[in-house]
Design a protein around this ligand. Sequence first.
Ligand code: GRF
Length: 215
Amino acid sequence: MTRLGVLASGRGSNFQSIIDSIDSGYLYAKVELLITDNPEAFAIERARKSRIPFKIMEPSHYPDRDSYYRAIAEELKKRGVELVILAGFMRVVKKPLIDAYPMRIMNIHPALLPSFPGLHGQRQAVEYGVKISGCTVHFVDEGVDTGPIIVQAAVPVYHDDTEESLSERILMEEHKIYPYAIKLFIEGRLKVDDRRVIILDQKREEDKIINPPLE
Ligand code: GRF
């Protein structure tokens, strides 16, 4: 069983989709620990409900960012975490954590990278006027949303979309592709070749997850 560590700052709906995927048997994994930088995060309630240990770690309690991320890495290692999942963790992860988990940290971003990295990917897409947007699961490197792309899903953008309506449509896909990307990792089917991620032995029916038919 693969041991997961989740980092979240807020609502935690992606965290929930991972919990649900484990409960349903889709993912052969266990969440060993939730770490949050926000004592008010609703993700904490989700952890409580599923009896997942959680730890509130606020950066202001550490002398600098490096020691903060070193402390996070130590907590994760202590519990034998093998894969780190950023699920709405609103911070740029620094070197000590990345070095502790090279190509073992995933993030989900609400846009089709490399378009619209950073904050408010959905608002950026609406304002730019693109006709298709979506979400991206990628490995985390030291840049902002720049790591090797694992899985993407597309959704249409309509002329009367708002940031909220587009976010909602994208979120539905996030809840499918994040568990799928984790499953690929667990099954040892992700091979990183420089900045390209190769999915080994990809099955036809899986194609529907990453390329849902546009409405
Ligand atoms: C999602 O839109 C995700 O793509 C972004 O932050 C949001 C987190 O939502 N990284 P939730 O906390 O998982 O509900």
